[in-house]
Design a protein around this ligand. Structure first.
Ligand SMILES: [Ca+2]
Length: 537
């Protein structure tokens, strides 16, 4: 295996800082270097958009505990998913590779025999553990301990399974997964650094909050985004054809409308899957039927109230974990990361879900703190991608990045540095077409200032000036004055596509679905989500 040794030097420097900080004596470094490799606590949620975090300037909620990670460490402003959907992002994080290299372009099963960062950390002496939402079809490899939700898992009384079998955990998934994370940390071998992936289900669809947080948001009016009523003028067919519209595609199940009494289970299911064009609600004891614009506005509120309530529970639980690290003397030598597998549309362009390369979906929140080593309160605008996470973990462990990983370590950025030849653009590719939301396949390029998107099956293009038009409303692709820009971006796009060895693998045919099917250790598990309905109000 050809190895890139440059990151090793960065790691050595960083470890030395940690050693000096921890021991006050560099001469003992040989013995202490191994001990000083930081613990890594990687907290990842599912579908948490950066613009639903106050440290990213949210207009809709406050996340004080996540903000604590940002204020004590570093907030990345430009961290992007290379394929904005759950399973592919998880495969990319584990392998440091794009979908066309790790074999997971859509909801297909991950081949766990391939090299992963968890295997490399484990071999280097880390205690490795994985908890919560895995969603890769095959069972985890490279972890000393794992306990995961089958498929999507459920919000209430979740089932998790490990090597030995499955168990129902009474309670709310976000609390349960945090409890389990604390248990793992308590029981870990103390003579090794740990790498813990703590993956929450929340705030994934269908956004089911616990009662405490639901009530916090139940009567709150959530401001609408400026692009909620986007008419898609000047854009390609893709926006008009998608089926992830807040107004048109939320089902009664998503909206938590209660099925009429007396329906048989199959009928009830059918009723819940309807995308309603009228909804009866009750206000101050009076029944009222909503249609048209009033119903649209109500759907947005219900969606966002539930989504944000799920996020709030995550924020509380992030606080619990940080407090636990503090109380147990682990903060100083634990690097904590908070991220999400991709972004999400919060009514932006009238949408929910992700998939598209537009900013709300492309952008991942990425916060890192490591007290004493990472200077507090930093904001970094280097273009980072989820392929970078694995090389980052490896450098923290003093390991080089294998040459076939497609990301670079972000550790220099933690120190406020921008390494020479850092990428000036990132490449994106989405495959799952038509998928669950009839989202057209596309690839594209994002630079610090512009974006070019190609919906390749129809040869339709979009181009945006992200400085003048951050909401991506004005497609410049056919604008006569922008033809030089478009040509230059196209050249860059195809150069990057070639460099990354994207030879249109999976463009004609996707591997079969497999992530929600029965895996080796989860036969006969009840994986159906249980929905709590609270009706119209
Ligand atoms: Ca996701």
């Amino acid at each position: 295996m050809k190895l890139n040794h440059a990151p090793r030097r960065f790691a050595a420097g960083l470890l030395l800082i940690a050693v000096v900080m921890l021991t006050g004596c560099a001469s003992r470094s040989t013995r202490v270097v191994t001990a000083a490799r930081p613990n890594i606590l990687f907290i990842m949620t599912d579908d948490h958009a950066a613009h639903a975090m106050s440290c990213y300037g949210s207009k809709v909620n406050q996340t004080p505990h996540m903000d604590r990670i940002a204020s004590e460490g570093i907030r990345f402003e430009r961290c992007y998913a290379v394929n904005s959907i759950c399973t592919p992002s998880r495969a990319t994080i584990l392998t440091g590779k794009y979908s066309h290299k790790n074999g997971v372009p859509a909801f297909n099963r991950f081949d766990g025999t391939q090299p992963t960062v968890s295997k490399m950390l484990q071999a280097a002496g880390y205690y490795t553990a994985m908890l919560g939402k895995w969603h890769l079809g095959s069972d985890p490899t490279g972890f000393d301990y794992w306990n995961i939700l089958p498929g999507q898992g459920r919000y209430f009384d979740p089932i998790l399974y490990d090597r030995d079998g499955s168990q129902v955990y009474p309670g709310y998934a976000t609390d349960v997964i945090t409890d389990l994370a604390i248990e793992v940390l308590k029981n870990r071998p103390k003579d090794k650094p740990f790498f813990l992936m703590c993956h929450h289900k929340a705030p994934h669809r269908n956004w089911m909050p616990d009662e405490k947080h639901r009530l916090q948001f139940a009567d709150r009016h959530i401001p609408e985004p400026a692009t909620l009523q986007d008419s898609y003028e000047g854009r390609t067919d893709a926006l008009r054809e998608q089926e992830q519209s807040v107004f048109k595609d939320l089902t009664r199940r998503d909206l938590k409308l209660a099925p009429p009494a007396g329906l048989k289970p199959a009928q009830s299911n059918q009723w819940l899957n309807v995308k309603p064009t009228e909804v009866e609600i009750e206000v101050n004891g009076e029944k009222k039927t909503l249609t048209g614009e009033a119903l649209n506005a109500w759907k947005y509120q219900r969606y966002m109230q539930d989504y944000l309530a799920c996020v709030q529970s995550v924020d509380d639980n992030v606080g619990r974990l940080l407090d636990w690290l503090d109380a147990n003397g682990l903060r100083e030598n634990t690097l904590v990361i908070y991220t999400s597998d991709q972004g999400f549309f919060l009514g932006d362009h009238g949408l929910y879900d992700k998939r598209f390369m537009y900013e709300p979906s492309l952008k991942m929140p990425f916060l890192v703190c490591w007290p004493g080593v990472i200077k507090p309160g930093q904001v970094n605008d280097a273009i980072a991608i989820n392929c970078d996470f694995a090389p980052t973990f490896l450098e923290l462990a003093g390991l080089p990045t294998p040459a076939d990983m497609q990301g670079r370590s972000l550790v220099p950025c933690f120190r406020g540095e921008r390494p020479a030849n850092w990428r000036t653009a990132m490449y994106y590719r989405y495959y799952h077409d038509p998928g669950d939301h009839n989202t057209r396949a596309h690839y594209g390029l994002r630079t610090a200032t512009h974006k070019l998107i190609c919906f390749w099956k129809k040869d339709q293009w979009e181009c945006y000036d992200l400085v003048k038009d951050p909401d991506e409303m004005r497609n410049l692709y056919s604008d006569p004055a922008s033809q030089g820009l478009v040509a230059q971006l196209k050249q860059q796009l195809f150069r990057l596509k070639k460099e990354l060895q994207d030879e249109d693998q999976f463009s004609a045919e996707l591997p079969p679905d497999g992530v929600d099917g029965p895996g080796p250790a989860r036969k006969n598990l009840d994986i159906a989500p249980k929905t709590v309905f609270y009706g119209g109000r």
